[in-house]
Design a protein around this ligand. Sequence first.
Ligand SMILES: [Zn+2]
Length: 95
Amino acid sequence: MIRILLYIFYYVLLGWIIVKIFRAFSKKHRSATARDFFQDKKKVVEDDKLVKDPFCNTYFPKDKALVLNYLGEFYYFCSEDCRDKFVSSISHKSN
Ligand SMILES: [Zn+2]
């Protein structure tokens, strides 16, 4: 009897998780409410990983970064200016 109750509980929980996931996906298509705005805002903060510009040492969100793959390593820059100066500084070092 307890086993049956556990099975029911398990499937209710599983169904609840599926609904949660489904809602998370369909959220993008719904019009934004105030609550969604705050949830999205929170999500943005969680998703936005800060990266450091190796040239000017500024921290900024990764999605706004200019990415440079140099010798298999990724570098993130706040501007083209910083990227170009960094590239010229490392090429000067190696020469
Ligand atoms: Zn910079």
